[in-house]
Design a protein around this ligand. Structure first.
Ligand SMILES: Nc1ncnc2c1ncn2[C@@H]1O[C@H](COP(=O)(O)OP(=O)(O)OP(=O)(O)O)[C@@H](O)[C@H]1O
Length: 669
């Protein structure tokens, strides 16, 4: 009774009983003629155990291999899927490449030959063409260009040129260049065993997260910045998202206290209000470089005040971001109950049947990554069954699932990153830890299974594909909502992908065929059979989840982390992503749970050694998190387990400190 009341409360903002909405148009095609499957599903879900028959050994074998549906209907009582009216918007575009070569710049011949012969790069990208001369002149710069457009070399080349020009090349000493990145984990350079000792000896280029550097400023006596000539702040907007603004201020004060002349560069693919604020405190009379602005022929602001006005009107208010021209963006509306099977069908379609795809799937919490990694790996891996005996299956490709999130140890993260980097195919399930700064060639699909919290996050996630002129596609999976207009308002051009089409790919995999005696061999994509196969697949997921109490708890933990993350959407998006609009029972299905959990209990975060203790009820959880923007930011960060509500601050602080401890890297000279 209680859970029913809670469900109603969660469903209806005004306290009215929830209206059971009927599925209309779009999934009707699948519903037609599905009555038999429905009856079977419903009969089996009525919880009356069927009388057990004695089976012969052979019957037993075949019974085991044949899926028996005990899954409640996936295709009933779903909300309507609204037609997405595609609103054509003119998306800001940037030209990535120029025809100009690096030899046109005033660079050291060694450097040019290294760029051409070692990096195999001949022509400059637009951002490089504009940024390198500015930095070679010694000016500060605020640089914005789309994901995967070569920003790293845009500051890396002038930086190395500057190193080359120094009289004493080896002992340049202490901390000549400082590069601050939000994401410290992916450097190709090894960690320092003893950071303090290295700092004492002096290093040329220090790459660090803000927090880690602040730790050293506060505790390492030998660190000094007398000779620091450059300060580069990369991924500037994310540094602010993660609440490092204070840390950046501490760093700037420490630098300014010892030396007042320095070249400063700030880079990001997305300029937000925070970045402009950071630019104000860290840059000195900067040149503003924005590639999209150039393409749209906007006049370059002459003064800092003009620049502020310009960047404010172009980037902050409308938040229109350029996306690579070679990127095709899709959105797919999927009712909660069908999310898991649709994701699975999509993975099979792309990575098994079409092959040659490398995919990244984004989730909103570490627990979900862990859970789906195990579940999808267990249920989807293995060869497809073929209908005809002796006939080779459509695909013998084994799916390779990898996982990456902030709760994993640094070493393991690096290993996974390297493995995914090398592989030609593979599916990386991850949190936003992989959303920025990672350069992973050959990724062809980005799937956002959980929607991002902001347009900027969306842009960075999809920016992991279609890099440096390559082709790529992205898919945003959404529950039915008014999302089309929201995307259009941010000038994001998406096409719709139909769920039914994706589910139809299950027809290629006979592991999900419902075996019925006397049934004729089907031809084509019979909607009823597609529904049956989706239900068989869902049953496999549910069977796996319910195979032990441990896996059930795991699923609940993942579900709870999803709900926590869901409460953290910023208020501008609450009308679309509000926890009250979720149907707990339907959402539970997408975690392989047969029913809505009655009491969600807190379990230790993935990888942590915390003891299990009761979590506040969902209603309390809502009260606690309601309107707390800061908590929202913390929860949605990649370092979040999504579980911590009570006492979150302390735990987060401790955790961040731990993360920071792995934060400094150095380029050996
Ligand atoms: N001029 C060039 N020609 C060809 N490839 C290049 C060039 N410059 C850089 N690249 C390659 O393009 C890829 C993307 O570059 P980079 O990671 O610097 O992009 P980015 O703009 O920093 O992206 P993000 O904003 O997502 O971090 C890298 O593999 C890099 O080696």
């Amino acid at each position: 009774k209680q859970s029913g009341a809670l469900k109603r409360k969660l469903q209806s903002p005004r306290g009215n009983p929830p209206v059971k909405r009927k599925c209309k148009l779009s999934i009707n095609t699948l519903r037609k003629g599905a009555t038999e499957a429905d009856r079977r599903e419903e009969a089996s879900s009525s919880q009356k155990p069927a009388p057990k028959k004695q089976l012969t050994g052979k019957q037993n074998e075949s019974q085991k291999s044949r899926p028996f549906i005990k899954t409640s209907s996936l295709f009933k009582n779903n909300p309507d899927i609204p037609e997405i009216h595609r609103i054509e918007v003119q998306q800001p575009q940037e030209n990535i490449f120029t025809t100009d070569s690096f030899s046109q710049l005033d660079l050291h011949p060694h450097l040019i030959s290294t760029i051409n012969n070692v990096l195999n790069i001949c022509s400059m990208t637009s951002v490089q063409k504009q940024t390198i001369p500015v930095l070679l002149q010694g000016r500060d710069a605020l640089v914005r260009s789309q994901t995967g457009s070569g920003k790293t070399l845009a500051y890396g080349i002038p930086l190395v040129q500057s190193l080359q020009g120094m009289e004493c090349k080896v002992q340049v000493g202490p901390t000549a260049f400082l590069v601050i990145k939000k994401n410290h984990c992916w450097s190709r350079f090894s960690f320092l065993k003893s950071e303090k000792a290295r700092l004492r000896k002096g290093i040329n280029i220090l790459i660090s997260t803000p927090g880690r550097l602040v730790d050293h400023i506060k505790s390492t006596e030998c660190i000094h910045f007398r000779r620091t000539q450059w300060l580069i702040i990369d991924e500037a907007d994310r540094i602010l998202d993660l609440g490092f603004e204070k840390d950046v201020a501490v760093i700037l004060n420490a630098l300014n206290a010892e030396r007042d002349t320095r070249q400063n560069v700030l880079l990001s693919a997305t300029l937000t209000e925070g970045v402009t604020r950071l630019a104000d405190i860290s840059l000195n009379d900067p040149i503003s470089i924005s590639i999209a602005d150039e393409i749209q022929k906007l006049p370059e602001p002459a003064s800092q005040t003009d620049r502020e006005a310009s960047s404010s009107s172009n980037c902050m208010e409308q938040e229109n971001f350029a996306v690579p021209e070679t990127l095709q963006q899709y959105v797919m509306v999927v009712p909660s109950k069908l999310r898991l099977v649709t994701l699975a069908a999509f993975i099979l379609q792309k990575c098994k049947f079409e092959k040659h795809h490398k995919m990244i799937v984004f989730f909103s919490s570490c627990e979900q990554v862990e859970f789906y990694h195990e579940l999808l790996g267990k249920v989807l891996s293995g060869g497809s069954e073929s209908e005809q005996p002796g006939h080779s299956s459509l695909s013998s490709v084994n799916l390779q699932f990898l996982r990456l999130h902030g709760d994993m140890e640094q070493e393991e993260r690096t290993e996974v990153f390297q493995e995914f980097l090398k592989s030609k195919t593979g599916i990386l399930l991850c949190t936003d830890v992989a959303a920025r700064g990672l350069d992973l060639p050959q990724v062809t699909w980005i799937v956002q299974y959980n929607a991002p919290a902001s347009p900027a996050e969306y842009i960075h996630r999809i920016g992991r594909t279609a890099r440096i002129g390559c082709r790529g596609s992205s898919l945003l999976v959404l529950a039915p909502s008014r999302i089309g207009s929201l995307l259009a308002s941010h000038k994001i051009n998406v096409s719709e992908l139909k769920m039914e089409k994706v589910l139809a790919s299950l027809m290629k995999d006979d592991r999900f065929k419902l075996h019925r005696p006397g049934r004729k061999k089907s031809c084509g994509k019979n909607p009823q059979e597609v529904r049956e196969r989706a239900t068989v697949l869902q049953t496999k997921f549910e069977n796996h989840v319910h195979s032990s109490e441990e896996t059930v708890q795991w699923a609940k933990k993942a579900l709870q982390s999803f709900l926590c993350a869901y409460t953290t959407y910023p208020k501008e998006l609450k009308h679309i992503f509000h926890i009250k609009s979720l149907h707990l029972g339907h959402v539970a299905k997408s975690f392989g749970l047969r029913d809505a959990p009655q009491n969600l209990t807190a379990l230790p975060a993935a990888g942590s050694k915390r003891k299990t203790k009761p979590t506040p009820k969902r209603s309390d959880l809502l009260k606690k998190t309601h309107g707390k923007r800061r908590l929202a930011e913390i929860l949605r960060s990649e370092y979040s387990s999504g579980m911590d509500t009570a006492g979150a601050k302390v735990k987060k602080k401790k955790k961040r400190r731990k993360q920071r401890k792995a934060g400094i890297q150095q380029i050996p000279t």
